[in-house]
Design a binder for this molecule. Structure first.
Ligand code: SF4
Ligand code: SF4
Length: 356
C-alpha cells in the first residue's frame, strides 16, 4: 500500500478511536478523502475514453486486475449503498437526478460478481463523464453524512431489517463473489464501515487505478518517438510513468489536458504545419504558443532544446539529456536551462563539448 496513504489512514483511525480526538479525526478523514478523490479527478481529466475499459493486468490477482471505469463504479456503488441504504436510510444517489440512466450502466450492483472480460465489456458501456459526476455526488453526500456523525454513533450496529432491505434492493448480486458483502457490512458497526468502505477501500482501489494507468502509459509509449513536439524529452520528463507522451492518446501533459479537445497548442500547430515538431519551424525563436508562453517557467529550456535538436538531431539531444539527468534532477535541469534560451543552448552545446 502507498506508504504515505497508509500512514495517514492509520493516524485517522487512531484519532477516531478516542472521544477527545474524534473531531480532529473526522476533519482529517474528510481532507484525506479529498486528496484521494483528486487522484480520480486527475485520471478522468488526463486519460482518453478507451483507457477506462482496458484491462492491462487481465488475469492478475488483486485490485489492479480491473479497469479504471470499473474501479470508480465499484468504489462509489459500495459507498452509496453503505452511506444511504444503511447509515442514512434514504434513497441512494444512483437513483436520484437520473444518474443511473445517464451513466448507462447495465447493472445496479457493486460489480463484485464480474470477472475478466466481463469487467472490460461492462466498463465499455459506461459513460465515464457521467460516472465521474455520480462518484463526486456520492463522495459529497457521504462527506456530509460523515461530518454529522457523533462519536457515540460509531457503535451503532445494523439488524436483520437492514440486511433484509439490502437483499431486497438487489444492489448486491446473489453471486457468491458478491453476496458475502451484505453479511460483512451488517457485521460491522458504523466505525467498521468508516474504516473500510469510506477509507481503506478507496486507498486500495485508487492505488490500483494508478498502477493501471501507469501500465497503460507504458504500453502506449512502447516504440514511440520519445522526443516531445515542443522539444522536451519524454524519457526524462518528471511525468514519466503517468504520461504516454504527446505522440500518443495517453498524453497527460497539462498543456494538452487543459486545451480544447485535449490537444496541446504546440501539437495542433505542428499538425497544421505538417511538421514533426517545433524544431522544424521557422518561427521557433519568437513563438509564444503553448509550452513557449513566456509565463511558463520551462519555456526557455524547451525552446533551447528544440534549437539543439534542429542543429544536432534527436539522437544527440537524447544523449545530452541523459548526461544532464545523470548529474541533476529534472527540476534542476529545467532551472539550469531556464534562462535566456540562447544561453541555455550554449549550456547544452558545452555539455556536448565536455563529452568530447
Ligand atoms: S507542451 Fe505539448 S508538445 Fe510539449 S510535451 Fe506537453 S503536450 Fe507535448
Ligand atoms: S509556431 Fe510555435 S507552436 Fe507552431 S510549430 Fe512553430 S514553434 Fe511550434
Amino acid at each position: 500500500m502507498n506508504k504515505d496513504w497508509a500512514e495517514k489512514n492509520k493516524e485517522i483511525q487512531k484519532l477516531l478511536s478516542k472521544e477527545a480526538t474524534y473531531k480532529e479525526g473526522i476533519m482529517k478523514l474528510l481532507e484525506f478523502r479529498g486528496e484521494l478523490f483528486q487522484q480520480i479527478t486527475w485520471i478522468i481529466e488526463g486519460y482518453p475514453v478507451e483507457a477506462f475499459y482496458q484491462l492491462p493486468f487481465a488475469g492478475a490477482k488483486g485490485y489492479h486486475s480491473k479497469t479504471l471505469a470499473y474501479s470508480i463504479w465499484h468504489i462509489f456503488r459500495i459507498e452509496d449503498i453503505v452511506a444511504h441504504a444503511m447509515i442514512a436510510g434514504d434513497e441512494q444517489i444512483l437513483f436520484r437526478n437520473g444518474y443511473f440512466e445517464k451513466i448507462a450502466s447495465p447493472i445496479i450492483t457493486t460489480g463484485n460478481e464480474l470477472e475478466g472480460q466481463d469487467i472490460a465489456d461492462f466498463s465499455k458501456k459506461l459513460n465515464v463523464q457521467e460516472l465521474y459526476l455520480y462518484a463526486k455526488a456520492v463522495k459529497e453526500s457521504c462527506d456530509d453524512i460523515i461530518s454529522r456523525l457523533q462519536y457515540k454513533d460509531l457503535k451503532r450496529k445494523f439488524g436483520d431489517d437492514t440486511k433484509q432491505k439490502l437483499i431486497e434492493s438487489k444492489c448486491v448480486s446473489e453471486n457468491e463473489n458478491a453476496f458475502w458483502l451484505i453479511d460483512d457490512w451488517c457485521g460491522k458497526d458504523i466505525k467498521g464501515l468508516v474504516q473500510m468502505p469510506f477509507s481503506r477501500h478507496w486507498i486500495m482501489h485508487i492505488e490500483a487505478m494508478q498502477r493501471i494507468k501507469n501500465r497503460l502509459c507504458k504500453i502506449a509509449r512502447k516504440g514511440v518517438d520519445p522526443v516531445a513536439i515542443c522539444g522536451l524529452s519524454c524519457n526524462h520528463c518528471f511525468l514519466g510513468e503517468w504520461c504516454g507522451g504527446c505522440r500518443t492518446e495517453y498524453n497527460t501533459c497539462s498543456f494538452a489536458t487543459c486545451s480544447e479537445g485535449r490537444i496541446c497548442p504546440n501539437v495542433k500547430c505542428c499538425n497544421e504545419k505538417n511538421i514533426d515538431g517545433c524544431y522544424e519551424c521557422d518561427e521557433l525563436e519568437t513563438c509564444e504558443k503553448g509550452f513557449y508562453v513566456s509565463s511558463n517557467d520551462g519555456a526557455n529550456a524547451a525552446k533551447a532544446q528544440s534549437l539543439y535538436i534542429r542543429k544536432y538531431g534527436k539522437k544527440e539531444f537524447l544523449k545530452i539529456q541523459s548526461r544532464l539527468h545523470e548529474k541533476y534532477e529534472f527540476e534542476k535541469v529545467q532551472e539550469i536551462l531556464g534562462q535566456d534560451y540562447k544561453e541555455a543552448l550554449r549550456i547544452l552545446e558545452d555539455e556536448e563539448c565536455k563529452k568530447g
